[in-house]
Write a protein that binds this ligand. Sequence first.
Ligand code: ADP
Ligand code: AMP
Length: 219
Amino acid sequence: MAPTSPVFDHKKITVIFVLGGPGAGKGTQSEKLVEEFNFSHLSAGDLLRAEQNREGSKYGDLIRTCIREGTIVPMEVTIKLLENAMEAELKKRTTGEGWSNGLGRFLIDGFPRKLDQAFKFEEDVCLSSLTLFFTTTEEVMLGRLLERGKTSGREDDNVESIKKRFRTYTNDTMPVIEHYAKQNKVAEIDSSPSVDEVYKTAKDVVKKVFTEKHEALEV
Ligand code: ADP
Ligand code: AMP
């Protein structure tokens, strides 16, 4: 088969991946970055939970089992959900900072969690500009998740599922970080301090992406 190019042109569509262990603060920081930089925030976990609950979905049971067991949902499902969500956003948002003249900016949170997803997404959908990598200790993450579990209603915010999620993160997601680190495309941010402290660093990193991108477009 002839090689295909990605659906979206990375010179116009900025994709920043957000990774880190469960409970590291990906969602929390993403929300703040969305407000400041007018991103579309796509959480792989949220998209999968929505698909799991969608009436008539043929993937509902599969997704439910993977989430409970803390394992990776097959990449075809996750990538298609992301691609569809990106397409819908680009159709809907055609004005505003970062969204006119065919531009777009996406913060993709909790993805790619495994190397095969990273390769497939960049081959078929869009090249990424950077991966924000939030790090803290398992002890801190466990504490945050158990606290979140009191109100989140999530089936996987319990000690048994959390331990499995830590294992999946170490075995499957760390190789993704190593892959992008070799390309100098990882910004590691210590997410142990307060939300606002962490955000100060995250904001500077993202600002730099757009500054460099703007320069590149002007050359
Ligand atoms: P993730 O998306 O990485 O799983 P969340 O952003 O949902 O993590 O954060 C997990 C929990 O920890 C949430 O209840 C959130 O309010 C809390 N949290 C996030 N960042 C911090 C922080 N820097 N300090 C203290 N609590 C935090
Ligand atoms: P999260 O909401 O990011 O904590 O993800 C919750 C669960 O959804 C994970 O433990 C996985 O089972 C599944 N999941 C989230 N993101 C992905 C992904 N990129 N690929 C496969 N499964 C995922």
